[in-house]
Design a protein around this ligand. Sequence first.
Ligand code: SF4
Length: 373
Amino acid sequence: MPGRNSDISRRSFVQSAALPVVCAAGCWEAEGAAALPRREAQFYEKLPNQKIRCKLCPRGCVIDNRERGYCGVRENQNGTYYTLVHSRPCSVHIDPVEKKPLFHFYPGTLAFSLATAGCNVNCKFCQNWEISQVRPEQVRSADMSPDQVATLARDNQCASIAYTYSEPVVFYEYVYDTAIAGRALGIKSVVISNGYIQQEPLSRLCSQVDGIKVDLKAFSEKFYREVVNGELKPVLESLVTIHRLKTWLEIVYLVIPTLNDSDQEFRSLCQWISRELGSDVPIHFTRFHPEYLLKNLPPTPLTTLERAKRIADAEGLNYAYIGNVPGHPAENTYCPRCKEIVIQRTGFTIEKMNLKKGACAKCGTAIAGRWKS
Ligand code: SF4
């Protein structure tokens, strides 16, 4: 997952971090189960007989003493619930924010990106299953406090910290504390999530972070049940909440041949976005590549992605993109009024900006997003 400047960042990361688990080559030492830290979890209730109910994500696991929830990174120890991944990232890189992808959030800046082990769903197409579908003792990790993350982000000229690669919902407390540490140094936070989270933790999270990108995996409960092992409804509720609380929101829809690529599904999705979120929330239709448990399907044909974009345009969405197709014209941002290119991109690189104070340089129409002043 290394991004632009990854060599520089890794070198400066190793030099400045001086963490005992980082070896000279920049790789990390494995920690045994006994070395896992623990920090009390924020959202759970105690039940009789030392059981607990987790109230972080809609799965609502009920967990016996000495057991873990579905995500494998939270453990009941004598009736108290602990996160085992606070300050234990297993993946750290510096990426362009466009790689998240976030196209309307301080374009051209860098995001200090990290993940811990664990996820609260199991997508058959997961690209990062080696860290998302494992327990914390099965991956190498570093010891990196929220303050250290914020300092490293600042020292590496990152405008934001991105919680990404696996599922930030399951390392919620680490995200929350790091976002606070980042804000104290003037660094923003963006969460790259599946949106499968309960409303109370989500609302609290929105008060501390600046942007959220939600991977909307499909627009049908059947797909969520059979391919994701999750549910669509709570994700739609999350989208509405994020938008209502005015945290910057972008949506990614990975288009998988035969599974979520019908005209009807694209149209229903776009109509729902237009009705519930308005026409200014960006949507990225991204190309699927065979991965993990879906190696039997081909990559998404370009014509399918273009069909999805045409439907989004016809439904009045102002910012519909095609992703994972570098050089395609639908990577650019166009002014919804005069249709001039306001941000020209190739892949994750910004080629040209025609924005003035967040507005089209030609006709002055405001472009939705978060921009440098
Ligand atoms: S966050 Fe983990 S433990 Fe909590 S309900 Fe979700 S899957 Fe279960």
